[in-house]
Design a protein. Sequence first.
Length: 139
Amino acid sequence: MSNAYISPYLNFDGNAREAMEFYRTVFGGELELMRYDALDMGAELPPEQGEKIMHGSLESESGPTLMGADVPPEGEYRRGSAVTVALTGDDAGKLRGWWEKLAKDGTVTVPMERQPWGDEFGACTDAFGIDWMVNISTS
């Protein structure tokens, strides 16, 4: 049997290393980062681009993989508007812990509280401009 996985891919404006290292403190796991200057891209990179992250992958201890990179020089950065990451499940302790860390230096758009559908739910934008939804199943 084959498997397919959905992994959010986050774009950053020069701070991918800092963001991905932060997410490792939230979710734990194995972080791999590849800089633009680590590969022969066939073209001369601007000096400030070489140290940026071309690809980052965080294989969390819980299973999901979070990927991200700095936008390449020819790309356009759109802060946080391109993705919302949903964290769901019934492990209330783990999900609340993630919520607290993500919301700490960010902006809470929906406070974490019981919702009409019966679950606890909250939404926030973290300090890096990424939107998050956390749903804790109660049934």
